[in-house]
Design a protein around this ligand. Structure first.
Ligand code: FES
Length: 151
């Protein structure tokens, strides 16, 4: 009779195989250990976007002198939202704020290696991540404009 550990290991192997099939090896590695997960300690702006699926992706930005110094993400959604949030945060780092509007769902998919890197039904997760990033930079512009008004 297989031990409890054997059953757990077998299940984990099966999940890993299915994930590699869905995301490819690079996507699998990102899913297993997503870079930029969580809120950076110095994050001073954030944005969130909720999809029709009901899932929310949040993007946190640490911006100084109009440039993204660090970025992070959080999601309560699927594996694809985790991979997409991670890539959107990665794409934002070291960019001037004015460059962030050009980061679209398509850019996120390209960053991941192209449209085949996510199941077609999950492509919207990449757009959700890009929207969250746009909301975060919108937060920056709103707060900056508010401070400018206060003088
Ligand atoms: Fe909802 Fe991926 S974010 S299905």
């Amino acid at each position: 009779m297989p031990s409890f550990d054997d059953i757990v290991n077998e299940l984990q192997d099966k999940i890993n195989e299915e994930t590699i099939e869905a995301y490819g090896q690079a996507g699998f590695e990102r899913w297993r250990n997503p870079p930029h997960r969580g809120k950076p300690a110095k994050a001073n702006y954030e944005g969130a976007s909720t999809g029709k699926c009901g899932d929310t992706i949040r993007i946190f930005l640490h911006i100084e002198d109009d440039r993204v110094r660090d970025a992070g993400f959080a999601t309560d959604g699927c594996g694809s939202s985790m991979i997409s949030g991670s890539m959107a945060a990665e794409l934002a780092v070291d960019k001037p704020c004015e460059a962030l509007a050009a980061i679209s769902g398509e850019t996120v998919l390209e960053g991941l290696g192209g449209p085949d890197c996510l199941p077609v039904d999950d492509h919207h997760c990449a757009w959700l991540a890009a929207n969250a990033l746009h909301e975060a930079v919108g937060d920056y512009y709103k707060q900056t404009a508010g401070r400018a008004k206060e003088g």
